[in-house]
Ligand binder design. Sequence first.
Ligand SMILES: Cc1cc2nc3c(=O)[nH]c(=O)nc-3n(C[C@H](O)[C@H](O)[C@H](O)COP(=O)(O)O)c2cc1C
Length: 373
Amino acid sequence: MERESSGNGTRERKWEHVLACVWEDVEADTSPLFECVQLVHRALPELDMDDVDTSVRLFGKELSFPLIIAGMTGGHPKTGEINRKLGVVARRLGIGIGVGSQRAGVEDPEVRWTFEVVREEYPDGLILANIGLQQLRENGPDLAIEVVDMVDADALAVHVNVLQEAVQLEGEPDASGFVETLEEVREAVDVPVVLKETGAGVSSEDAELVKDLVDGIDVGGAGGTNWAVVEAIRSKAHGEVPVGHSFSEWGVPTAASILEVRRVVGPDMPVIGTGGVRGGLDVAKVLALGGDCAGMALPVLRKLLSEGVSGCVRFLKTVAREVKIAMMMAGCRSVEEMSRVPIVIHGRLKDWLECRGIEPRRVCSGDRRQGWE
Ligand SMILES: Cc1cc2nc3c(=O)[nH]c(=O)nc-3n(C[C@H](O)[C@H](O)[C@H](O)COP(=O)(O)O)c2cc1C
């Protein structure tokens, strides 16, 4: 175990990430491709909006609408207040929340509280613990048990960030043995394990490798916050020559990744669509593509820091309303019906599917949750 060695380094890096994400342009030079998906409008949906039910159950908890505040922070004393406020926002809305990587909280007991506050603020809520697969490989599965206990988590998000490690100043780009580690982690913890990408997406090939080893996948697709860009900004600030910007368009766009993953994992595994989700219509498209729930990080952080808890709650209430409007106009009374609505796929997403041997017409008219091959 080399937990002591990088204590304060990890702490400071966590704060630098928050500052870069709030003040700089850190989004990918590609889109999540939600603009290539259209839900077919129903002029006669035969529904009263009051009867449209946006609630979902995920990992044993009910959410008022299908959104998780994706894991972002914790680990630096200044991030504790952010996490506390995010916990309040999630509780007021009845949605899920993830914490950021808990590596710092394990290395440095002084900052454990910056994660624990989320559970304090949201005693009954859906909370996802978070730790890197690389740290788990190095420290063993006890680390997974520790981070789950730290926030009394309902599920454990195990993140992979190969791109970030490859371009990061202090990065350790060794991604060998990951699949075996996942298997050990799943045996060790008694909550569902979610494989979580952080902005470069999950392909069918990767989903195939892990589909029997995890209980859910957060696709963390390309098109939103991009870690190559964040690390390029940090490199520059540290006087180094950045390489990250060349990879600002790298990755499987979120819309494509949801289809790639659902194609191989079958109808029952929870699939979370994170990466470039910016409003309620994007959330509705995640559902229509066969996802169970969307995740949103950057816009929530920025809203919280610019307009406080009430501004952030207002923003997310608008997102919830947009989800409901989209569901009604697509003729859906429940979230479960959304994967069966007819859709149209065009442009770059259609090209993507064709190049990957997926027939776009079958995707558009089938039940995306069931697969289509
Ligand atoms: C400031 C910040 C810190 C993040 N830290 C983590 C982390 O520690 N662990 C993780 O799994 N993902 C982390 N993420 C990635 C998000 O969970 C999410 O996958 C990614 O930002 C894409 O969503 P977005 O486009 O809505 O921002 C972080 C994102 C942001 C903005």
